[in-house]
Unconditional design. Sequence first.
Length: 172
Amino acid sequence: MRRLMKYLQQRVTFQTTTELDALCYNTGDRIVLTDDIPGNNTISCLVEAMTTAGGVTTFTVTEPLDWSFENPRALIRYQDGSASGLMVASRVGDFQLSVPHLSEFDDPMKVDLSSATIEPIRLVFCGSTRHVYDAIVEEIAPQSDGTCQVTAKEYLESFYQYDDATYPGDAA
């Protein structure tokens, strides 16, 4: 049924070239794609510090945040390659924002700011009208210049809506 749903609904294929980060993923992994082209209402930056108090987590980031975005949101790409959902962001300063605390922030496999050998978590700051794209990795091709060519297909929840359905025919 998954194959039929993908045949009927899957229309978009994404292709991009990225750094060797792509090698953290495998074929079939679900990823989140976004852009950080200047002037495109999206800012991608590294998290330098993180503090939690009263159910709110405050992040200090490497880039100034543009608070003119409509209904600011944040998305975190963890160090294991997974990503959070979009979270409502509140202004703390030009380089700081706060979001509701998530249990993933306490997972040392997802967030480890104490090690200089691991790239810090990445924060994507955008407006609520800006879109991120869910995709499933189809191919990762390392290039000779230290980059990777990534091909991914569109991901929709509806592809899996029949996973728990009962077969209507004779199963015997």
